[in-house]
Design a protein around this ligand. Structure first.
Ligand SMILES: [Zn+2]
Length: 265
């Protein structure tokens, strides 16, 4: 969660790392901004003629001063030039390290679907939803059969793409927004197709992002209500509900286009 959106995170601040970074920045100031009064004081009392980078940490110093000097290791870890380390945020990003970028980050940006459904999509894209195959891998002794079709092992790819129930739902939802995803036979194809369609700032791309997000959430909730409440709804009913929710939550600039295509048979 605490990584930039470009690498699949939610861009939340890792407070522990941020705290370490700010102390490291103070350590850098200690070595480079000798004109400040508090730095002059620390240099006069503790650093003296020694080099900050390899001097022993003074035992008689306060806890705060010892923490500042000890954070020289973090500066080295960041492999920054001692001449310039930039802002605290730049140092923080450096300490986070180089993480591989994800191709699906645009699906989560500017997505006007409900927040909980966007979060569900984020988990889905990373394969982190607790589908039955994952629960079995964690050691749970459960029936692995998909509850929506009773015919296959429940995996992410099955539940959200290959299941006969999911196939029907996608068909109905895509017919509504005049798209055709019938050529997607595996998860990678499905994902790439969605990424391409959701690209851009047009109203159509915006509607597409929202519909895919809401439909994925609806599938997951349908699976859950089937398991935990023994309630079953047909894919037609679910498709109508998705259409209704999208029509209510769509951003104003895309509402006109949404109403033009809102023909659910
Ligand atoms: Zn199924």
């Amino acid at each position: 969660m605490c990584t930039p959106k470009s690498v699949g995170g939610l861009n939340l601040i890792n407070l522990l790392l941020w705290n370490k970074t700010t102390i490291a920045k103070v350590c850098w100031d200690l070595a480079h901004k000798e004109d400040k009064l508090w730095i002059k004081w620390i240099n006069a009392y503790y650093v003296k003629q020694q080099q900050l980078k390899d001097m022993p940490i003074p035992k008689q110093a306060s806890w705060m001063v010892r923490r500042i000097i000890a954070s020289r290791d973090i500066l080295q870890q960041a492999q920054s030039s001692n001449d310039h380390i930039g802002t605290i945020r730049q140092l923080y990003l450096q300490l986070l390290g180089d993480l591989p970028r994800v191709s699906w980050k645009n699906l989560l940006f500017q997505n006007s679907a409900r927040r909980k459904t966007v979060f569900n999509l984020w988990l889905l894209l990373q394969g982190r939803l607790p589908t039955k195959d994952r629960l079995v891998n964690w050691g749970l002794n459960i029936n692995q059969q998909c509850v929506l079709c009773q015919g296959h092992v429940e995996t992410r790819d099955h539940l959200f793409l290959l299941c006969s129930y999911a196939v029907m739902l996608w068909k109905q939802v895509m017919r509504w927004i005049q798209e055709d995803q019938s050529n997607n036979h595996n998860w990678d194809q499905h994902l790439q197709w969605i990424i391409n369609k959701a690209k851009g700032k047009s109203s159509r791309a915006s509607i597409f992002r929202m519909v895919v997000t809401e439909a994925s959430y609806a599938l997951w909730m349908e699976r859950n209500t089937h398991i935990f409440e023994q309630i079953y709804r047909s894919s037609e009913v679910l498709a109508r509900e998705i259409a209704y929710i999208c029509n209510v939550t769509v951003v104003p600039r895309a509402r006109k286009q949404m109403q033009q295509i809102l023909i659910v048979e």
